[in-house]
Design a protein around this ligand. Structure first.
Ligand code: ADP
Ligand code: MG
Length: 312
């Protein structure tokens, strides 16, 4: 059975592009990927396959190649050598039209949330649908009711339905990142890339954002590839950890069978017994997830009535 997808991204495409991936095929196939920037080798013979519904976390020091790898997965970079296939599209041979089509199916969440601060959360989320509606939109009511309902559902999914009509810049950083995730979901992605999505957040907000990504991944079978600095978060939420060092893949393991000392080796500063990062037990992971669980609300919001930002 085909797993459920979020939004229209999981449905058959009218443009006839990108049908080359079945439910059991890997969403990402990276083969012998090397990327050179002038004299810098950013990625060095990297091989990677990511199955559908997996939350894969990339770890590694700053400059190890995490962002470069993520940017290959939505075609922002092309390989110097090797191949990258995403959702059945070979990025090296794809036409401009195929690349554009693929980018609509791949969501990207950034460290800086890039919301429009003076717009409401709902309007920010709705803007994620701009790739699939014709013409510009001004204000929430310029979107079809079905889209407004869908946007509210995505806000609910990230635990922020009650903030729909609040200005985005009045939210905390963690809440803004959850709105940014809801906006990306509105795009209907089949693959979600997140580049250091919690780097500027406090530990509690970071856990909530990771919880959202984990739940979306597990409940919706959305594939997530996310780079993180925090090893404890990676161990707590990832299905699988991939470690990069100087552009080389030096770790690729199921997170549940991974010792924190092995992860720290990626950073080349392991002294067994001396690390200050504790490895969470299965019970602790469950408790952390429960503590940061987003309570889904049951709001009846006025989709038909006049909708305006309170502060605009
Ligand atoms: P990370 O995300 O792990 O911090 P990056 O992927 O950003 O690492 O960078 C990997 C290496 O590639 C670094 O040495 C970086 O300076 C270099 N690099 C990344 N992007 C570019 C670019 N556009 N031009 C030149 N060098 C780059
Ligand atoms: Mg980076």
């Amino acid at each position: 059975m085909t797993p459920p997808m979020i939004g229209p991204g999981g449905q058959a495409r009218a443009d006839g592009l990108g049908h080359g991936v079945g439910a059991s095929d890997p969403v990402v196939r990276v083969h012998d990927l090397t990327k050179d920037f002038a004299t810098t080798r950013a990625l060095d013979h990297v091989a990677l396959e990511v199955p559908r519904g997996q939350l894969l976390v990339l770890v590694g020091l700053s400059g190890s190649g995490k962002s470069t790898l993520l940017r290959h997965l939505n075609g922002l970079h092309l390989p110097s050598r090797g191949s990258v296939e995403v959702l059945g599209t070979d990025l090296s041979t794809a036409s401009t039209r195929e690349l554009r089509s693929l980018r609509r199916r791949v969501g990207f969440v950034f460290q800086q949330f890039n919301l429009v601060g003076r717009s409401t959360c709902l309007e920010n989320v709705l803007s994620g649908a701009l790739g699939r509606v014709r013409g510009p939109r001004f204000g929430v009511l310029s979107y079809a009711k079905a889209l407004r309902r869908e946007a509210l559902e995505h806000l609910d999914r990230v635990g922020l339905a009650d903030r729909a009509f609040q200005r985005a810049d009045t939210l905390s950083g963690g809440q803004q990142q959850r709105v940014a995730i809801a906006r990306t979901l509105m795009q209907g992605p089949e693959l979600l890339l997140a580049d250091e999505p919690v780097a500027s957040l406090d530990p509690e907000s970071s856990a909530q954002v990771m919880d959202v990504l984990f739940r979306i991944c597990v409940e919706e079978q959305l594939t997530v590839v996310c780079s993180l600095h925090q090893v404890e978060l990676a161990l707590g939420w990832a299905h699988r950890l991939v470690g990069l060092r100087d552009g080389q893949k030096v770790l690729d393991r199921d997170a549940s069978h991974l010792d924190e000392a092995e992860v720290m080796e990626v950073y080349q500063r392991v002294e067994p017994g001396s690390t200050s990062i504790p490895r969470p037990t299965a019970a602790e992971r469950e408790a952390a997830r429960a503590a940061s669980a987003i309570v889904r609300s049951d709001h009846s919001l006025p989709l038909d009535g006049p909708v305006s930002a309170p502060h605009r």
